[in-house]
Design a protein around this ligand. Structure first.
Ligand code: NAP
Length: 328
C-alpha cells in the first residue's frame, strides 16, 4: 500500500483522494495545510490515521508518507515538487506542473540524483480510455484539421470582478486561461497530433495581467489546429477533428463522453464508458506505475509534460504574459 500525503485542501484534493483510495493502492496518511486547524478539519473526512503538519519542510522530510499529491496554486508546483523529490518522495503534481519550462531543468537534476523517485503531472484526461480512443482513431485516419474548445465561466471570476484577487486570476500564482484550462487543450493537441511546427497564442488580457480568454493556433504543415480557452465566458461548443468530408465530434476534449464520427453515410458513436470520478484512470496509472517500478512509463509521460510546457512557455512569453518567476 502506498502512503499518501497531500498539499492543498480544496475540493480537488478530496476528489483525488477518493480516486486514489478507489484503486486499492493508496491510503491517506499525512496532510499539510498552512493552518493546522484546516489540516485537522480536512482529515476528519477520512477514517485513516493521519499525521498533520503546518510546516512544509517538516512535512516533506517526515516518514509518514511515500507519495505526495500537490494541489497548491500553480506557481508553487515546481518548487514544492523539487523539495519533495529532494526529500525522496514520489510526486503527483497538479497541472500545470511548472509555470515556466525552465523549471524542468532543476527537476531533471533532482530526479537524476533520486532515480528511484516517480514524478507525474496530474493531467487527468490523458489517462482516460476515450482520450486513447481518439489517439488510436487518428493514427488510422488522415487528419485535415481540428477545432478544440475549453471555455468555462469561472466561479472565481465574480470575485475578481468584485475587486478581489483569486489566485487563478493573478500572475503571482501563474494563473490565467491558458495555464488553467488551455493546458488541457495543449495536452490533447500534442498527445493526438504531436508537437506543432509553429504555435501562437492570441490572448484577451485582464487588468491583473493574466489572460481571461484566448485563441491558440498550432500549425502542422499540412493541417492546422485551432483552440479556444477561457475563464470569463461560458461556451457550449463541442470540439471537432476533421478528416476531409468526415468529422469526429467530441463533447469536451478534457473529459470525453461522446465521440460522434460522421461521414456522408451517417454517424457512429465511438466513445466508451467514462469513470464517475474523472481522476480514477490517472490514479490507477500512478499507483500501478509506482508499485510496478515502471520508470519507462513515467519517463514517457514526463516527456509529454516537457513538450506541453515548452510550447506553453513559448506561446505565453511571445504573447507578453509575464510571471514573476520568468527572470530566474
Ligand atoms: N485536475 C483537475 O481537474 C483540477 C481541478 C481543479 C484544480 N486543479 C488544479 O489544482 C490546483 C489547485 O487549484 P485550486 O483551485 O484548489 O487552488 P486554490 O484554491 O487557489 O489553492 C489550493 C490550495 O492551496 C493552498 N493555498 C491557497 N492559497 C495559497 C497561498 N497564497 N499560498 C500557499 N498555499 C495556498 C490552500 O490550502 P491550505 O489553505 O490548506 O494551505 C488551498 O486549498 C491548481 O494547480 C489547479 O490547476 C486541477
Amino acid at each position: 500500500m502506498l502512503r499518501l500525503g497531500i498539499i492543498g485542501t480544496n475540493w480537488i484534493t478530496k476528489q483525488f483522494i477518493d480516486a486514489a483510495q478507489g484503486t486499492g493502492r493508496f491510503e491517506l496518511t499525512a496532510v499539510y495545510s498552512r493552518h493546522l486547524d484546516k489540516a485537522q478539519e480536512f482529515a476528519t473526512n477520512y477514517d485513516d490515521e493521519v499525521a498533520l503538519f503546518d510546516d512544509l519542510t517538516a512535512f516533506l522530510n517526515s516518514s509518514y508518507f511515500d507519495v505526495v499529491y500537490i494541489a497548491s496554486p500553480n506557481s508553487l508546483h515546481a518548487a514544492q515538487t523539487l523539495a519533495a523529490v529532494n526529500a525522496g518522495k514520489h510526486v503527483i503534481v497538479e497541472k500545470p506542473m511548472v509555470a515556466n519550462v525552465a523549471d524542468f531543468a532543476a527537476l531533471d537534476a533532482a530526479m537524476a540524483a533520486h532515480p528511484d523517485v516517480f514524478v507525474f503531472e496530474a493531467a487527468r484526461h490523458v489517462y482516460e480510455e476515450n482520450f486513447h480512443r481518439v489517439r488510436d482513431f487518428i493514427a488510422d485516419h488522415q487528419v485535415t484539421g481540428a477545432t478544440l474548445v475549453y471555455m468555462k465561466y469561472s466561479s472565481r471570476y465574480d470575485a475578481y470582478l468584485a475587486g478581489r484577487e483569486p489566485n487563478v486570476f493573478t500572475t503571482k500564482f501563474a494563473g490565467g486561461a491558458m495555464m488553467d484550462l488551455g493546458v488541457y487543450l495543449v495536452y490533447a493537441a500534442i498527445g493526438w497530433f504531436g508537437v506543432p511546427q509553429h504555435a501562437t497564442y492570441q490572448p484577451t488580457m485582464l487588468q491583473s495581467g493574466v489572460d481571461g480568454t484566448g485563441v491558440m493556433h498550432f500549425s502542422y504543415g499540412d493541417f492546422d489546429v485551432n483552440m479556444i480557452c477561457g475563464k470569463t465566458t461560458q461556451s457550449y461548443l463541442p470540439s471537432e477533428i476533421y478528416f476531409g468530408k468526415d468529422t469526429l465530434r467530441l463533447d469536451a476534449p478534457e473529459s470525453i463522453t461522446q465521440m460522434d464520427f460522421t461521414t456522408p453515410d451517417g454517424t457512429q458513436q465511438l466513445a466508451g464508458p467514462q469513470e464517475d470520478n474523472p481522476m480514477a484512470p490517472e490514479a490507477a496509472f500512478f499507483g500501478d506505475t509506482i508499485e510496478g517500478g515502471d520508470h519507462e512509463a513515467c519517463a514517457r509521460q514526463l516527456q509529454l509534460s516537457r513538450q506541453v510546457h515548452q510550447v506553453i512557455t513559448n506561446m505565453r512569453v511571445a504573447a507578453g504574459i509575464k510571471f514573476p518567476g520568468d527572470e530566474r
